[in-house]
Design a protein around this ligand. Structure first.
Ligand code: NAD
Length: 488
C-alpha cells in the first residue's frame, strides 16, 4: 500500500499508519494496539497496530542490510535523495500539518511551521552530507601520513516524542541518513501518522529498502529489544529525563553511542534596560507556542524590580488575550494539551503552586468539558517550595519572580537540575557577557527566542541530557572516526 491515503490531495481523511519495514508498509503483528486520540475532541481516531518481537527483528535485519548499501552511496547522491524527500514534504505540507494537528492538537498554522522547520533541518543535513571531511595529520615518520576519516556510525535506533512529532523525528533521521546510517525509527504512538507521512516522502523519493524503518509498539519493550541488538550502534532519544536515564543504562551494556535530548525548564532573565514590549511579545509567544509543550519553552521568568509590575501586567494580558480552541479552527492561537496525562500534570502543578501561596495573574483552570484544554496561565509570588519551580511544566504555565541584582537571577536560574535552553533580554554588554559565561545551560538566546535552528547545535547540560542535534555537532553524532597511519 501507499501511505498516507492521498498525500498530495490535501484530503482531510485520517488513517492510522502502518509499520514500514524493509521498504514495505504493513500492519504490526503484535496483539496490542494504541488508540490514537484527537486531543481537541477526545475522539478515537483509530487503533495503531504494534510491532511484535518478530517485526522488530525484521526491522533490525533490514537496517543492517540497508546500512551496508546506504553507506556506500556517494554523499552527493545521499544529499540529492534527501533533497527530493524534502521537496515532497513541502509539497505535502498541508496534509502532514493536518495530521499533526488532529493527533497532537496544535493550531494548523503552527503545524505548517513545524513541517517547514523539519524540512529545513533535514535539508541542511542533506546539504552537509558532502561536507563530511576528514583531515591529514603530519606524521613524525618520514614519507608517512596520518589520515583521519569519518564513517557513518552504523544502524541507529531513533526515539522521538509526541510534542513536535515531525521536527523531532525529522531532525534525527535527517542526521542519520545524511551521515550514511540506516535507522529504525520509533516515534511516539500517540502521534504516528504525521511521522509516517514524512517517512513516506523518503520512500517515495527512492530511499533504498531497509535504510529507514518505522515501528510502533510499547516503548519500553521496543527500546529494550532494539538496544539489546548488537546491530544497533547508535541511540538517539528526545524524551523525558527518566526515560533518558533508562536508555543510557541500557545503551551502556552494549557501549552504544548515545544522544539524549531530555527535559528543560528554561529561565528567562529580563533586565530593567531591556525593550520590555519586545521581551513580553517574544517570550509570551515562545511560552504558549505548542501549548507550552516544548523542552525549550520558557517557564521561569526572572524580571528586574524596576520593570517587574509592567512586565507582569503585559504578560498576563497577552496570556488572557490568546484564543484557545481546536487547532483546526483557523482562529485558534493555542490548542489543547496533547494528552490527558499532560492535562492532569499541569493541573497538579498549578494547584500545588496556588496552595503554596502563589497568585494567579491569568488562567489557572481547565477550559471546557471536552478535549484537554487548559488556559494560558501566569503565576507570580509562587514560593520557592512549590513543585513548579523545579519540575518541568511542559504546559502553558509561566512563573514570574522579581529580582534586584543579576547574580540573584543567575543563581535562581542555575538552581535546578535541568539546563537546556535559556533566554535573556538586555542591551547591556556586561550583562550579556556575564549571562553567557555563568548560565548552566546548553543554549542561550539574547534579545530573541530562536534557540533551535538547522545550522547550529542544540543540546543540554546536567539532567537535560548530552550530545547535540543540528549543526556540525549534530551530524558528527552519527559519525565515527577512523585513523589510518600510512607510510610509503
Ligand atoms: P514519558 O516519559 O512516558 O514519555 C516521553 C517519551 O518517551 C514519549 O514519546 C514515549 O513514547 C517515550 N518513551 C517512554 N518510555 C520509553 C522507553 N522505555 N523507551 C523509549 N521511549 C520511551 O512521558 P510523557 O507523559 O509522554 O511526557 C511527559 C514528560 O516527558 C514531559 O514532562 C517532558 O518532560 C518529557 N518530554 C520531553 C520531550 C522533549 O522534547 N524533550 C518530549 C516529550 C516529552
Amino acid at each position: 500500500m501507499t501511505f498516507p491515503a492521498s498525500p498530495q490531495s490535501g484530503e482531510r481523511n485520517y488513517r492510522v499508519p502502518q509499520l514500514f519495514i524493509n521498504g514495505e508498509w504493513r500492519d504490526g503483528t503484535a496483539e496490542t494496539v494504541t488508540r490514537v486520540i484527537n486531543p481537541a475532541t477526545e475522539e478515537v481516531l483509530g487503533e495503531l497496530s504494534h510491532a511484535s518481537v518478530a517485526d522488530i527483528d525484521q526491522a533490525i535485519a533490514a537496517a543492517e542490510v540497508g546500512y551496508r548499501a546506504w553507506r556506500n552511496v556517494p554523499a552527493y547522491e545521499r544529499g540529492m535523495l534527501i533533497e527530493r524527500a524534502v521537496a515532497l514534504m513541502l509539497e505535502r505540507r498541508e496534509s502532514i500539518a493536518f495530521l499533526i494537528t488532529i493527533e497532537q492538537g496544535k493550531p494548523l498554522a503552527q503545524a505548517r511551521n513545524e513541517v517547514t522547520a523539519a524540512a529545513d533541518m533535514i535539508k541542511w543535513y542533506g546539504e552537509q552530507a558532502r561536507r563530511i571531511y576528514g583531515r591529514i595529520v603530519p606524521s613524525q615518520l618520514s614519507r608517512a601520513q596520518i589520515l583521519v576519516q569519518k564513517e557513518p556510525v552504523g544502524p541507529c535506533a531513533l526515539f522521538s516524542p509526541w510534542n513536535m512529532p515531525v521536527v523531532l523525528a525529522g531532525r534525527k533521521l535527517g542526521g542519520a541518513l545524511a551521515a550514511g546510517c540506516s535507522c529504525v525509527l520509533k516515534p511516539a504512538e500517540e502521534t504516528p501518522a504525521s511521522v509516517a507521512a514524512m517517512v513516506a516522502c523518503f520512500a517515495d523519493a527512492g530511499l533504498p529498502a531497509g535504510v529507514l524503518n518505522l515501528v510502533f509498539g510499547p516503548p519500553a519493550e521496543v527500546s529494550r529489544q532494539l538496544l539489546s541488538s548488537s546491530v544497533i550502534q547508535k541511540v538517539s532519544l528526545t524524551g523525558s529525563v527518566s526515560v533518558g536515564k533508562l536508555l543510557a543504562e541500557q545503551s551502556a551494556t552494549g557501549l552504544k553511542q548515545t544522544t539524549l535530548e531530555l527535559g528543560g525548564h528554561s529561565p528567562v532573565i529580563v533586565m530593567a534596560d531591556a525593550d520590555i514590549d519586545r521581551a513580553v511579545a517574544q517570550s509570551a509567544t515562545a511560552k504558549f507556542r505548542n501549548a507550552g509543550q516544548l523542552c525549550l519553552a520558557p517557564t521561569r521568568f526572572f524580571v528586574q524590580a524596576a520593570v517587574y509590575d509592567r512586565f507582569v501586567d503585559a504578560f498576563g494580558k497577552h496570556a488572557a488575550s490568546l484564543k484557545v480552541g481546536d487547532g483546526l479552527d483557523p482562529y485558534s492561537e493555542m490548542g489543547p494539551l496533547a494528552n490527558a496525562r499532560r492535562l492532569s500534570a499541569v493541573e497538579e502543578l498549578v494547584s500545588d503552586a496556588v496552595a503554596a501561596g502563589g497568585h494567579v495573574v491569568s488562567g489557572g483552570m481547565q477550559l471546557g468539558d471536552r478535549g484537554y484544554f487548559y488556559a494560558p496561565t501566569v503565576l507570580c509570588d509562587v514560593p520557592p517550595q512549590a513543585r513548579a519551580w523545579r519540575e518541568e511544566a511542559f504546559g502553558p504555565i509561566a512563573l514570574i519572580k522579581k529580582f534586584d541584582e543579576l547574580d540573584e537571577a543567575i543563581a535562581d536560574a542555575n538552581a535546578i537540575d535541568l539546563g537546556l535552553a535559556s533566554y535573556a533580554f538586555t542591551d547591556s554588554a556586561a550583562a550579556q557577557a556575564k549571562l553567557s559565561a555563568e548560565l548552566e545551560v546548553g543554549v542561550l538566546a539574547i534579545n530573541n527566542i530562536a534557540v533551535s535552528v538547522a545550522e547550529a547545535p542544540f543540546g543540554g547540560v546536567k539532567d537535560s541530557g548530552y550530545g547535540y542535534e543540528s549543526g556540525e555537532e549534530g551530524i558528527e553524532s552519527y559519525l565515527r572516526t577512523k585513523t589510518i597511519h600510512r607510510q610509503v
